[in-house]
Design a protein around this ligand. Structure first.
Ligand code: ZN
Length: 459
């Protein structure tokens, strides 16, 4: 599809869904070059609107502000935000129905996420909120020279069996120049097929998880596939998402494909938070979020380095005020050669996601299990552990919503995902402890680790 036609079709789709994404994109491209003071004024105005609306329409926020003696009119500076207590995942989980303003926008719907950890979380989104996220994502890609409508390949999860809706989505993706390759299950055999498809489709941008891209580069090398040929066919840039991108992985992916690699950072429940510009600075989406850092132990505010706390400024239907992310970051206001006056963020601490390897030699990416945890009700936390080839153990922490046949459901879905006769054992446990770093590891596989060390992908 011609990029301009694809862009217009995407525009039309956004309008039909009540999402003014292109209008917001134009505003973002304007505000990013305004002075820092101008951007702070915009943040304050949006913060005041968010707090006023939360007070009027959301019983949870009304009760909280009453008990904390915060009146919306008393919020006169960005510092006043610190009068609010911190918001946790647990509170969202318990108070969700009291937090939502169901007539606060179009297409308000419940979505489920596991985000950067493997704790499931349900929250509400709306057309407005999605439009802001889409616009912010479009802006980030535009910084790297990719405009909506140009061919972008999404290298990540895909449903195992396509239902009618999935098939419609495939056609829509084709119309708007979005390609999809299943990055959840990579085998040597499949990679050969993907490689041919990519060479034929000629994407300009590839979008995926660092872990899958690293595996792809290493596997391609052992198969003798030259990924650099993609750059001769039009591939210009790779954008990563969802996991920590280490410098080593960035170099490895970039050397493998022969194009620069840029990172983006977001949390489904808090919005798109940062996107790298062409100079490699991860700029914050200052027009949409207010970011702070705290000491994760004392919970006191810190000066730019610590656990990230996010306030979303563009989600009136489901206000997120001072949300603890669990991610350790450094925030900065120093200027960037690109000339954009947005602040910047550096993420430290792992968000690594690993693989499980099946007897048939399939490398199944950890994110695919997160999708399973999302689809079964009542799963609060989960972890997949593989200690030997042919056996996968799934630990789940559940609440009262977990169905009577929940264990069977998880087992069936995991088996389907693995796609062979590997043994799957599901255990309900009281809790799952985070790793020493303080982060949850959704997948721990000694098998994949050992094979990877030996660069042995055939099992
Ligand atoms: Zn920059």
């Amino acid at each position: 599809m011609h990029p301009i036609i694809a862009r217009n079709i995407f525009h039309l789709q956004e309008n039909l869904l009540g999402r003014p994404s292109f209008k917001i994109l134009a505003e973002l491209l304007n505000s990013e070059t305004q002075s820092q003071e101008h951007i702070r004024q915009l943040q304050l105005k949006r913060l005041q609107q968010t707090i006023r609306s939360a007070y009027i329409h959301s019983p949870y926020w009304y009760d909280l502000m009453k008990s904390e003696q915060i009146l919306p009119a008393s919020i006169t500076s960005l510092d006043d935000l610190k009068r609010f207590p911190l918001l946790t995942k647990e509170t969202i989980r318990d108070q969700r129905e009291k937090m939502v303003w169901k007539s606060g926008g179009k297409r308000i719907q419940l979505v489920r996420t596991s985000g950067s950890t493997n704790e499931a979380l349900e929250f509400y989104t709306s057309s407005t909120r999605e439009a802001h996220i889409n616009a912010a994502r479009m802006r980030g890609h535009q910084w790297l020279g990719v405009r909506r409508g140009e061919k972008e390949l999404y290298y990540w999860g895909a449903p195992i069996e396509l239902n009618k809706q999935d098939r419609i989505k495939r056609v829509r993706d084709w119309l708007i120049n979005d390609g999809l390759t299943n990055g959840f299950e990579v085998t040597s055999e499949r990679l050969k097929g993907y490689y041919e498809q990519w060479l034929a489709w000629k994407p300009k941008c590839m979008f995926g998880y660092p872990s899958t891209l690293v595996l792809t580069v290493t596997m391609a090398e052992s198969l003798g596939l030259d990924l650099k040929r993609l750059s001769q066919c039009g591939l210009e840039v790779i954008v990563t998402t969802s996991e920590m991108l280490s410098d080593v992985d960035r170099q490895l992916i970039s050397a493998g494909f022969g194009v620069p690699v840029y990172d983006s950072y977001g949390l489904r429940e808090a919005g798109l938070i940062g996107h790298e510009c062409e100079h490699g600075t991860m700029h914050c989406m200052d027009e949409q979020v207010i970011l702070e850092t705290i000491d994760p132990v004392t919970l006191k505010p810190t000066d730019g380095e610590g656990e990230l706390v996010v306030t979303n400024l563009v989600s009136p239907a489901f206000p997120i005020i001072r949300y603890r992310t669990g991610d350790i970051v450094t925030l900065s206001n120093s200027s960037c050669p690109c000339g954009r006056n947005l602040s910047s963020i550096k993420i430290s601490g792992g968000r690594a996601v690993e693989f499980v390897v099946t007897k048939a030699g399939k490398w199944v990416v950890g994110y695919s299990f997160i999708y399973i945890a999302r689809s079964v009700k009542g799963i609060v936390k989960f972890q997949v552990i593989q200690q030997k080839l042919g056996e996968v153990r799934v630990k789940v922490v559940v609440d009262h919503c977990f169905p009577a046949d929940g264990i069977e459901q998880v087992k069936t879905q995991v088996s389907k995902r693995l796609g062979g006769d590997d043994l799957v054992v599901v255990d309900i446990v009281d809790d799952i402890q985070p790793a020493k770093s303080g982060k949850y590891r959704p997948v721990i596989s000694n098998v994949a680790e050992a094979l990877y060390q030996d660069r042995n992908f055939e099992v």
